[in-house]
Design a protein around this ligand. Sequence first.
Ligand SMILES: [Fe+2]
Ligand SMILES: [Fe+2]
Length: 431
Amino acid sequence: MSAFDRRDFLRLTLGGLTTAIYAGSTEVGGPECFGQERVDALRPANVRRPIPGPDTLILTWQQDPTTTMTIQWIGPEVTEPENIWYATLDAPIWQIEKAITKPYPNTDLKVYRCELTGLKPGTEYQFHLGRPDQETRFRTMPAKATNTIQFVSGGDCGVNLHAIGTNMLAARQEPYFALIAGDLAYDNGRSPEVFTQFLRNYHEHMVDPQGRMIPMLSCLGNHEVNGGYKKTRADSPQYLSLFDGFYSERTYGVFDIGDYLSMVLLDTDHIAPIAGEQTDWLARTLSDRQERPHLIVANHVPAYPSYRPPEGLNGKTGTGDEQRVNWCPLFERYNVDVVLEHHDHTFKRTHPLVNGLKDKHGVVYLGDGSWGKLRIPKQPESRPYLAAVSPAYHVTVHRLEGDQRFHVALEETGRVADVCATFSKRPARRG
Ligand SMILES: [Fe+2]
Ligand SMILES: [Fe+2]
């Protein structure tokens, strides 16, 4: 990219991002990355509207994101839970769905869950609890990626003001969904009130400028589990009380979204061991999806950490050791496009890597979980697998355009920390 093209690119908003990269790049086949520049004009200011109903109400998915939506909230026990009324936005023929009630562990409160099924893909809906006098909106994922698909990801939130600021920044990007890959609330499996506050913050701020609530996908981190690692489902009472719809039998899984995207969500040894059953499942899951236009993996503990030591010290294993042995060879073999990993509380992007070494056909790892938590990262000079780092609270915006991907790391201030683009599917690498 020439200097002129680079300046042009950096003057553009995220809305013009792909146009700028197409115009400026001559490389096809590998990642194209830029960084450390300020962009003042992002999306217009977030136009949030008050969301009626319980202040913990959030959206997620248990099944197909193109035809379902799961609505959940926390509240006191009632004899007759409110029904959900829902209809498409443009032709409102109202339908009613009942909510189920389940325990919200270690409290007197309940989880209310209502799954809407048989929805139309790529369609805006309105819904409300009880009387139909106030609307809340959502949209289903499209079945085909005929237009740009945009979502946001990050990890390590908590409930502080930085986490709220990142929520607001994330919502302004109008993502179809937010993926938070571990360490959501920092309830540690012991503090339901902290988890509840996380839900309140998400409910209040994760509403896009059009007034649509943003569904949340997630995976386990150590701070969802009492004890952090090698524990049982009973040690993650709050997290699993909301997300056991998707993680009903095991704490890893895959969302296949339309004909364009698969999101593989893993458990880095918090409840499910890395080696063995989970790795066998991962090999089958990736093998079956290696030709998908976008194949993305997310997990909490990084294979290529930006803060903690990757090498074992004093007889302990290094951070990511087990993943580098069991999972990274599968990511490389089965054409995973990008791995999202967190836990170290920095912004980081690795070089494309094969077996830990820079390789233009390798896998890029993005992280490292600083939605609301922060540490000072190690520098690329001391860890050659790192391509870019920043000690900044951040969220990453992912844009899917055809079979091309753009990953834009936005700092809390709106500053663009980094942009990484990949232009075509890598050739399959087998054996
Ligand atoms: Fe964390
Ligand atoms: Fe963590």
